[in-house]
Design a protein around this ligand. Structure first.
Ligand code: ADP
Length: 488
């Protein structure tokens, strides 16, 4: 990997605490592997509770200075950070592809997207407006201030190793918070490279801290973030199972939580849809990142009248998906993140078949070996199957047919998750009725993509609490203070 990187100082292999690069107290490290080749990329410190507490202390000490800076001052630093990311896009994307596996062009897209959050919140941070409310008394005025939450914790997943860092760090820092962030054990190198650029951009020591740890260390680091009274809020992106656990841990200290958890998106194609357009949408919503995104189309629901045409078009596109390691030219889909991910996809496919599903293409680990899996189309998705209830997180397009609009809505809502749903139709009334009836935080109409720094990303039901990105995303890092000004 070092031979592919221009600026080798971006390949940081120590944790980042109080503006410096640190190891763990015991000196222990864990390996970071390339999921495409199995190659060892680096060994990164295994931090635990004591080191996390130290990072929190650094954040506590850095907070007053950071919070006291002007919004325009913080904005300038975030903007410089974004510029630095853009000018090192190839290097950061190289690190990202190496540790995560997604195709290099897709990684470049993610890195630019991660810079976009910094730009956006550099601006939004300058627009933290309060209110003046008319009082019931002539001699009083009510003032509403918005202030930074304080010291905050973040925990992020491996599927978007760059964007998930800045989606939390940008609003946190713009709001005047100091952040202690734990990246996923599979992808710490991207987070550390971003921290290096943050340092160069002028983020003061202690304002951003990256605590690294192996899978076994995550519960300890999480414990410190949820139990330490200095931390006022935890923002987590990951599985619903871990989110539930962390929310429970936050209950004792009544800490604020923001949670971006699992999804189980319905992708609904109505009779009047353009099947080719819908198939392009599936490519983005299903095979991008090898299906390892929380917005992935997990349950493809197709109306009877278009089922055959849609399935044929999907089969053609799926068979054409070019699978390979992330640095190979023209590759559209990389490996799954690890063996555990591969086993889950295999389990889901076997279970779909047991429940009457028919594999039209794919269905097996790819001949490349490792954690590569074939792009797969399965029809006859049963509501009794595992894939109906939980996200597959792999390149498996599972299709079920439906007859009426009401049936589609009932099926889509038959989930404890509520992140996103995709609708394909050109009938405005139908789109509107369905969009209102479906219980999710986001609806994509005639497109396979949601998310963007300017839009409120987030779910309802067991998909999460709060929103990231957009003007709403800043509120998550701000407290409201009401001042009653009397005796005027
Ligand atoms: P995924 O299934 O996508 O790996 P996880 O929820 O397991 O999702 O992981 C998301 C993040 O949560 C990672 O950074 C991981 O290390 C962290 N994590 C996992 N278990 C815990 C835990 N018990 N406490 C705190 N963090 C955890």
């Amino acid at each position: 990997i070092t031979s592919r990187i221009q600026d080798r100082t971006l390949l940081r292999t120590d944790a980042f605490v109080d503006g410096g690069w640190v190891g763990s107290d015991s000196g222990a490290r864990f390996p970071v592997l390339d999921p495409g080749t199995g190659e060892l990329l680096a060994e990164v410190p295994r931090l635990g509770r004591a080191e996390t507490a130290r990072a929190i202390e650094a954040a506590r000490l850095a907070l007053p200075g950071w919070r006291a800076r002007t919004a325009v001052d913080r904005s300038g630093i975030l903007r410089r950070w974004a510029d630095l990311i853009r000018s090192h896009v190839d290097d950061i994307a190289t690190i990202l592809t190496a540790e995560q596996g997604k195709p290099f062009p897709e990684a470049c897209g993610e890195v630019l997207y991660s810079a976009a959050f910094l730009d956006w919140f550099a601006e939004e941070g300058r627009r933290v407006y309060g209110d003046v409310i008319p009082s019931n008394s002539a001699a009083e005025r009510i003032i509403v201030l918005k202030q930074s939450v304080g010291v905050v914790g973040g925990i992020t997943p491996w599927n978007l190793p760059a964007a998930m860092i800045t989606r939390k760090a940008a609003p946190a820092l713009a709001a005047g918070c100091a952040l202690v962030l734990k990246p996923a054990e599979q992808t710490p190198l991207t987070a550390l490279a971003l921290a290096e650029l943050g340092l160069r951009a002028g983020v003061p020591p202690g304002v951003l801290n990256i605590v690294t740890g192996a899978a076994e260390d995550a519960p300890e680091i999480g414990r410190e973030l949820t139990d330490n009274p200095v931390v006022r809020k935890l923002s987590f992106t990951g599985s619903t199972e871990v989110g539930r656990l962390l929310m429970r841990q936050c209950a004792d200290g009544i800490k604020k939580v923001s949670l971006e958890l699992g999804g189980n998106a319905a992708f609904i194609v109505f009779d009047d849809a353009d099947p080719e357009l819908a198939v392009e949408g599936i490519f983005s919503a299903k095979y991008r990142n090898a299906g390892q995104i929380c917005t992935a189309a997990n349950r493809i629901l197709v109306q009877d009248g278009i089922l055959e045409r849609f399935t044929e078009a999907l089969l053609r596109r799926t068979r054409a998906v070019r699978v390979g390691t992330g640095f190979t030219d023209g590759v559209e889909m990389g490996p799954l993140i690890d063996d555990q991910g591969l086993r889950k996809v295999q389990r889901h496919v076997a279970d779909l078949v047991e429940h009457g599903g028919q594999v039209l293409t794919g269905g097996r680990p790819d001949e490349r070996g490792g954690t590569f899996f074939e792009p797969t189309v399965i029809t006859g998705l049963s509501t009794e199957s595992l894939a109906w209830r939980e996200e597959t997180f792999g390149p498996v397009a599972a299709i079920r047919s439906f007859a009426t609009e009401d049936e589609a809505i009932t099926l889509a809502n038959d989930s404890e998750y509520g992140l996103v749903a995709y609708l394909y139709s050109h009938n405005l009334g139908r789109i509107w009725r369905t969009a209102e009836a479906i219980e999710t935080g986001m609806i994509a109409v005639n497109t396979g993509r949601v998310s963007g720094e300017q839009a409120p990303f987030g779910g309802i039901k067991q998909s999460g609490i709060g929103r990231e990105g957009s003007k709403y995303g800043l509120d998550e890092w701000l407290e409201i203070k009401y001042l009653n000004l009397a005796g005027l």
